[in-house]
Write a protein that binds this ligand. Structure first.
Ligand SMILES: *Cc1c(COP(=O)(O)O)cnc(C)c1O
Length: 416
């Protein structure tokens, strides 16, 4: 019997992912190694969770020290780590208050609960009637409530009934947002750049227009920066590109330094004030282990000017990709080190492109069939970006006509 890790996953696991066919066993900085000893450049960084690179020595040191000191207590007790992290985050982002959770989805759930209760308490919207506007193409996680407002049929199909109370407007269209606001609208939940939708950058001025519309109508602007936050797009927050201060903000992914999950819901004082003891919580949320790692992560981000690095190296990568001008390339989009290479499906699927990149020692992952995501750790060097660019160019060289596109590899069906 095949007892390889891949076979064991196939035999005992759920089929809810379609990983590339290799097994990783080690990571350091921007590199990963598989069980055969082959080295890869990580151009994916765990969907932006590994912005500091794998096993960053200072983050690992904090993790080990704090694990030996105090790791998990629950919020039933104060710890010496939570308060300082909340202060660091509020100071860095300009928000007044912060509430810790674990996954990004829990951060978004917290935002939804806060917005609804705020609408009831502060705006006088009857309990149970508040509505939240979202943008088409959104990705905010996988809970039953969050998938209820996804525009991806696959994310919802078979998982109903959904949670009501959401209205969808086209992304990047401020006039559509203004038109969709009604008396029961509590908030607009938006990603400043849509990551999972295929790295969709909205038109210039969109975030500023959204800010103005939300203020004018007295609804909350909630920025989901789980993926775009913490330097990824070349600023601490992607909202900073347009000098926009949201009323509430969700962070996650990179906040855990690539070592553990921690997310954060940040908001104005009057919004956070809706939460009273017993209203909301999480056993692991705000645990001192995660807080200590997050504090070190923030310190490294500022000290090493990683946002500025993402800005410079991202502009370089974007410009070099645009110079490639291969007929298989439909578009190159992005900001900072969050870049999407959009390919014509008639020429090549993003999946087979990623498999070809893998064989050349570069790891990435497709999103939405046609887009190859390029989002390395923010610690990447220009030379390493050049290495990724030559692999991309080499793969493009093998694609000489639309007919040569390879059929995408599908996951094995689960045994009956
Ligand atoms: C990944 C992501 C989430 C969900 O985070 P999880 O940790 O996977 O629950 C939410 N919002 C955005 C924009 C994301 O990219």
């Amino acid at each position: 019997m095949d007892n390889s890790p891949i076979a064991l996953e196939a035999r005992y696991g759920a089929n809810n992912y379609l990983p590339l066919p290799m097994v990783l066993e080690r990571g350091s900085g921007v590199y990963l190694w598989d069980t055969s000893g082959k080295r890869y450049l990580d151009m994916m960084s765990a969907y932006s969770a590994v912005s500091f690179g794998h096993s960053h020595p200072e983050l690992v040191a904090t993790l080990c020290e704090q694990a030996n000191q105090l790791a998990v207590t629950s919020r039933a007790f104060h710890t010496d780590q939570l308060g300082p992290l909340l202060e660091d985050l509020c100071r860095a982002t300009g928000m007044a208050r912060a509430l810790p959770m674990n996954s990004g989805a829990e951060g978004v759930e917290t935002a939804i609960k806060a917005a609804r209760k705020w609408a009831h308490r502060v705006r006088g919207i009857p309990d149970g009637s508040a509505r939240i506007i979202v943008a088409a193409g959104n990705f905010a996680g996988r809970t039953t409530t969050i998938i209820s407002f996804s525009s991806e049929a696959q994310y919802r199909s078979g998982f109903g009934p959904g949670t009501p109370g959401f209205d969808t407007v086209p992304y990047g269209d401020a006039a559509a947002l203004a038109a969709a606001i009604g008396p029961e609208t509590a908030a607009f939940l938006v990603e400043p750049i849509q990551g999972e939708a295929g790295i969709i950058v909205p038109p210039a001025g969109y975030l500023r227009a959204v800010r103005e519309i939300c203020s004018r109508h007295g609804i909350l602007m909630i920025a989901d920066e789980v993926q775009t936050g913490l330097g990824r797009t070349g600023r601490l927050l992607a909202c900073n590109h347009e000098d926009v201060q949201p009323d509430a903000l969700i962070l996650g992914k990179a906040l855990g330094g690539g070592l553990l999950p921690i997310s954060m819901f940040l908001a104005r004082t009057d919004v956070m004030a809706v939460f009273q003891p017993g209203d909301h919580g999480s056993t692991f949320g705000g645990n001192p282990l995660a807080c200590a790692v997050a504090r070190t992560a923030l310190r490294i981000l500022e000290r090493d000017q990683l946002a500025q690095r993402a800005d410079e190296l991202g502009s370089y990568l974007l410009a070099r990709l645009r110079e490639l001008r291969h007929p298989a390339i439909r578009a190159v989009r992005g900001r900072g080190l969050l870049i999407g290479l959009d390919l014509w499906p008639q020429w090549v699927s993003a999946r087979s492109f990623c498999e070809a990149l893998m064989s050349r020692g570069v790891l990435s992952k497709e999103t939405h069939q046609s887009v190859v995501r390029l989002a390395p750790p923010l610690t990447v060097t220009r030379a390493q970006i050049d290495q990724a660019l030559s692999a991309i160019a080499a793969v493009l060289d093998t694609i000489t006509s639309p007919q040569e596109s390879i059929t995408p590899v599908r996951g094995d069906a689960l045994p009956a």
